[in-house]
Design a protein around this ligand. Structure first.
Ligand SMILES: Nc1nc2c(ncn2[C@@H]2O[C@H](COP(=O)(O)OP(=O)(O)OP(=O)(O)O)[C@@H](O)[C@H]2O)c(=O)[nH]1
Ligand SMILES: [Mg+2]
Length: 303
């Protein structure tokens, strides 16, 4: 009898890949971090924060969700980096069990249509997550938006959420679970991402640069980890912040080095939290002209 129950339980466990797509800045990475409960993917007010596909893993009693964060899909600007970012969105759509397309509660935008065009007409298991519901006053305002979206694509389900206020995330998880196949865990319970601490540390530094620098500059910034020495209670990390232009170097460093110090301080705090140990962090700034179009540099950066 008890054996039967066991079998039943394991049959009921579901696991699968869920791609999260959407135009830049709709809150894809914030949503994944909130669902996973760990900071897997960096976020900022500026579009095009995410450059890679990054997996966030959530394991519950009855499911394992393998969320794939993707760069915001856009067609306005072009560079080798952006082309690769878009390509990584396309490739993350193949071989997933479900897709969560994220839009904003404030309304459907032409850029959302561009994202929709990536999906084949008969794509199944596409869930629409209407994010940032905390930004609209009346929940009834959502009804016309849901109607409009359903006219554009036969979404399997629609769930209004707020990633930032963690509203309705349990509902979204239940909905996604319906579309996952029965199957065992692919990762141990305590794994929450497929990325290495080294990669995450570089991303954290990039996040601080993104948040602290003005509007244009962040797009010309990349981070490389040059050296990583770790003991049980300390990590010593040496990183380079690559910029596109000589004139950007001074801006990143700031007056008397203040900007760079602030970027490093904030990054060190977060990396220390992530590793659960003391962190010594040194960040240098180097000019590498046109790295965003340099295939070799992009490859070494992992893009
Ligand atoms: N008010 C509100 N803001 C949100 C919510 N979710 C995300 N944001 C904000 O939206 C901005 C963009 O969030 P990200 O998670 O970086 O967006 P993204 O879609 O991953 O962006 P890209 O990686 O650039 O494509 C950040 O400033 C977030 O704090 C939400 O539910 N409510
Ligand atoms: Mg993102």
């Amino acid at each position: 009898m008890s054996e039967n129950k066991e079998t039943e339980k394991s049959e009921d466990f579901r696991s699968g890949y869920v791609a999260v797509i959407g135009r830049p800045n709709v809150g894809k990475s914030t949503l994944i971090n909130a669902l996973v409960g760990e900071k897997v993917s960096i976020t900022s007010k500026k579009p095009q924060t995410t450059r890679d596909r990054i997996m966030g893993v959530l394991t519950t009693d009855n499911a394992q969700y393998l969320f794939v964060d993707t760069p915001g899909f856009q067609t306005k600007h072009s560079s080798e980096l952006l082309a690769r970012m878009n390509q990584s969105v396309r490739s993350s759509l193949s071989d997933v069990d479900a897709v969560v397309m994220v839009i904003e509660a404030t309304g459907w935008r032409p850029e959302d249509q561009v994202v929709l065009n990536l999906l084949s007409k008969d794509a199944k298991n596409v869930i629409l997550a209407i994010n940032k519901t905390d930004e609209v006053k009346e929940s009834e305002a959502m009804l016309p938006l849901i109607k409009e979206a359903m006219e554009k694509f036969p979404f399997a389900d629609v769930v209004p959420v707020s990633a930032e206020k963690t509203r309705q995330l349990d509902v979204l998880l239940d909905v996604i679970r319906k579309y996952l196949p029965e199957g065992d865990k692919l990762y141990e319970d305590d794994i929450y991402t497929d990325k290495s601490p080294r990669f995450l540390a570089a991303e954290i530094i990039r996040e601080k640069a993104f948040r602290l620098l003005g509007d244009e500059l962040p797009y010309g910034v990349a981070v490389m980890i040059d050296k990583w020495e770790e003991t049980d209670d300390q990590a010593r990390i040496f990183a380079t912040l690559l910029v596109n232009r000589e004139s950007h170097k001074g801006i990143v460093i700031g007056e008397k080095g203040a900007k760079l110090r602030e970027i490093s301080r904030l990054a060190r705090e977060d990396i220390s939290k992530m590793l659960g140990k003391n962190v010594y962090l040194e960040v240098w700034v180097r000019v590498r002209k046109g790295w965003g179009d340099d295939a070799q540099v992009l490859k070494s950066l992992g893009y």
